[in-house]
Design a protein around this ligand. Sequence first.
Ligand code: PEP
Length: 252
Amino acid sequence: MPTRRPLIAGNWKMHKTGEEAVQTVQQLKSLVADVQDVEVMVAPPFTALAPVAQALAGSTIALGGQNMHWESKGAFTGEIAPGMLVAAGCRYVIIGHSERRQFFGETDTTVNQKIRAALTADLQPVFCIGESEAQREAGQTFSVLDKQVQNGLEGLFSQDLQSLVVAYEPVWAIGTGKTATKEQAQEVHAHVRQLIADTVDKHLAETMRILYGGSVNPGNVKALMAMPDVDGALVGGASLDPETFSQLVHYQ
Ligand code: PEP
């Protein structure tokens, strides 16, 4: 059974100026300096990436973008190219977050284009999927997720997807204080892993990390992380305060 290195990732959304972000990572750096077997990533807003990368020099905390365009350059006002994230020091990029899908018109097609572009640029995509409350109540959770995974990864093969991270984020649990139970998270993670095994590759499915996201906090992280198919967390609100985020990283 391959071991999957846990990843605790912080999505800061539209919070923190460059200066505030640097202060946060400076505290975080010392708070998590003892951690070896858990990977830590933070995704600040674009304007904070370069100063945060500088502040993280010599630290093992990885940097991620929250979004990007799929083209490498051009007339796309307000957008950021994959190479720009790499140049700013990013190793990861969050793709298809439900807020992007809900408020900025992202579709499975643009998510697929972005995943392809991220992989080409050597960025590790954190590919977000998740069902709405209405879809869960209608018994459509698995069919919604299957479609998101299959469309998002369309045309990509095992050899392309070695660095892929999937984040299961039920939309009803994001920023709401409602967390999926550990059993609900495990059920979905196992299902997604099986889907990847059946449609892409068994070995990839075994090695690929699947994060849970949705109101993760110091009170629920340990139980979620104890589930066999939960390989980490994508954290919004609880990642903004370095002490709280450090508690999540120290979930063991
Ligand atoms: C997120 O935005 O990815 C998220 C999971 O947010 P929160 O932890 O605040 O629910």
